[in-house]
Design a protein around this ligand. Sequence first.
Ligand code: PH4
Ligand code: ZN
Length: 315
Amino acid sequence: MPLCTSRQLVPTKELLLKALKGKYAVGAYNVNNMELLQAIVEAGNELRAPLILQVSEGARKYADQTYLIKLVEAALESSDIPIALHLDHGEGVEICKACIDGGFSSVMIDGSKHPFEENVAIVKQVVDYAHARGVSVEAELGRLAGVEDNISVSEKDAIFTNPREAKEFIERTGVDSLAVAIGTSHGAYKFKGEAKLDFERLAEIQEAVGQGYPLVLHGASSVPEELVKICNDNGAEIPGAKGVPEEMFSQATKLGVAKINVDTDLRLAFTGAIRKHFKENPSHFDPRQYLKPARAAVKEIVKHKIQVFGTDGKA
Ligand code: PH4
Ligand code: ZN
């Protein structure tokens, strides 16, 4: 069912294939409320960059899918850049079907916690349903985990995406994009020691699946020191947070990463701005007073992300 707007969402696959060709990545930003959505879309509009808006199961529980879809409809009406709407980490076949029926451009079926054969079977079911309705599918192989300095080769092999399995997985499921585990993890604490991603493995994955196949990086927030500092200077306790260094993304896009997920950095920007506002204005209690700087801070970080991930700027 298409969304109720005069302007429609674009197919996620189209955005990813274009990004692959242009050697940049499309940022996929998590949407949980109106201010986050407005900030993301304003950033994309200003830089003429395509966007993937993504909604997790947690977001659906928090805000209700109907509200989120209506907000996305409003965003489409107030912008003219290509926008896709994606289900992030769909846990099972039913939620994927609900989002496909609800008009999403793509869904992620996350069967990564299941053994390989089970993951193949679940993903294949979603792919069959989605493709019959013109919707594309992302899946995940391997487990997202931060890299500790002393992680052994066999530990890595057990957790990270196996290139040979990736090729077989794609061939057997027909899935349109694949999230790979190469050392990123969700949240603000990604690395105990030095930040490291397994680019050798990413190169092997790209060789196995082919240069025209879009890969996805989850857990890709950079956890900028200045955003953590704003939070901590204004009462937060987020010590020792560490994300993916920004200079790593150009290497990732050269090796087939066409979609980069960002949520934690938006949370840090939003929360930092609110904390700062309250510290400076203890008498304020009108939500518009503190949500306005929060929205502006998210817009700034999304604009920065777009510049870091690259764009053809022609959207
Ligand atoms: N995601 C975001 C997952 C958000 O349930 P929830 O709404 O908390 O789920 O898929 C990412 O990959 C974000 O990575 P990041 O933490 O590095 O930003
Ligand atoms: Zn994720």
